[in-house]
Design a protein around this ligand. Structure first.
Ligand code: PEP
Length: 251
C-alpha cells in the first residue's frame, strides 16, 4: 500500500510565496523517507509557478484543490481536468469539507468529478468526514460510508483501486483538536470495509496533523498517510510530518 502525505495550502500563498515554500521543501527533500509520496496542493493561481519551480523534481508531486468535471464550457470560475494536466497535476482533492460547506458540493458532484479525474489519469483524493454534531449523535459511520459509496458508485473495482480516500473529521480540521489515532483508525477501518476494492486503497487521516502527532497515526493499521492543512504551509513542519510517516511505509 502506498503512503501519501499531501499538503493542502487552501487559499494561502501567492505565486511568489509558493515558490519560496517549494524551494524550502526541496532543500529538505533529501530527508524524506523512501516510499512516502509527497504532494502539494497550491491554489490554482500558483500552479504554474510551482510546476516550473519543481522542475521535474520526482520527490514532490503536484495536486489541485478541486476541479470541474467538464473539459471546457460555460462554467465561470471553474478549472477543468485538461487545464490541470497542462501544469502536470497528477492528483486532485475532491469533496474537501470546505468545498462541501461553502461551495455547495454534493456527493453527486463529487461522483462526477471522480469519474472525470480517473478518465484524465488524475488520481482523486476523495475527502469524507463528519461534523461534531454528527459525531455526538453517533452518526459518524453512516456519514462517511455514505459519502464514500456515493462518490464511488458505478465505478469498476479496478477504477476504485486507483483512488485515494481521506478521512477528515470536520471538527478536527484547523481546530488543533486532532482525532484520537485509535478512533480515527476505527472509523477508517469502517470506510475500508464498505467496498471490497477499498482493501487496496490508501486512506489518509486529516485534521490538525502536526510533526508531533504524525507518528501515532502512522503506527495505525488503516492509516496510510495524511492530508495536512495548516502544518503544510511551512517547509520545516511539513517535512517533519513526512519524516514521521515513515513507519506506515512498511505496511
Ligand atoms: C485540511 O484542510 O484538509 C486539514 C486537515 O487542515 P488542518 O491540517 O489545518 O487541520
Amino acid at each position: 500500500m502506498r503512503t501519501v502525505i499531501a499538503g493542502n495550502w487552501k487559499m494561502h500563498k501567492t505565486a511568489h510565496e509558493a515558490m519560496e515554500l517549494i524551494d524550502g521543501l526541496r532543500a529538505l527533500s533529501a530527508e524524506f523517507p523512501d516510499g512516502v509520496d509527497v504532494l502539494v496542493a497550491p491554489p490554482f493561481t500558483a500552479l504554474q509557478a510551482v510546476s516550473q519551480r519543481l522542475n521535474g523534481d520526482e520527490r514532490i508531486k503536484l495536486c489541485a484543490q478541486t476541479m470541474h468535471w467538464e473539459n471546457q464550457g460555460a462554467y465561470t470560475g471553474e478549472i477543468s481536468p485538461v487545464m490541470l494536466k497542462e501544469f502536470g497535476c497528477e492528483y486532485v482533492i475532491l469533496g474537501h469539507s470546505e468545498r462541501r460547506q461553502f461551495c455547495g458540493e454534493t456527493n453527486q458532484y463529487i461522483r462526477l468529478k471522480t469519474r472525470a479525474a480517473l478518465a484524465h489519469g488524475i488520481t482523486p483524493i476523495i475527502a469524507v468526514g463528519e461534523t461534531l454534531e454528527e459525531k455526538d449523535r453517533g452518526l459518524t459511520k453512516d456519514k462517511v460510508v455514505t459519502q464514500t459509496q456515493e462518490a464511488l458508485t458505478g465505478l469498476a473495482e479496478e477504477q476504485i483501486r486507483s483512488v485515494i480516500l481521506a478521512y477528515e473529521p470536520i471538527w478536527a480540521i484547523g481546530s488543533g483538536k486532532n482525532d484520537d489515532p485509535q478512533n480515527a483508525d476505527a472509523t477508517m477501518a469502517e470506510i475500508r470495509a464498505c467496498l471490497p476494492a477499498l482493501r487496496e486503497v490508501p486512506i489518509l487521516y486529516g485534521g490538525s496533523v502536526k510533526p508531533e502527532n504524525m507518528a501515532a497515526y502512522a503506527a495505525m493499521p488503516n492509516i496510510n498517510g495524511a492530508l495536512v492543512g495548516g502544518a503544510s504551509l511551512q517547509a520545516q513542519s511539513f517535512a517533519g510530518i513526512i519524516t514521521a510517516a515513515a513507519p506506515a511505509v512498511a505496511r
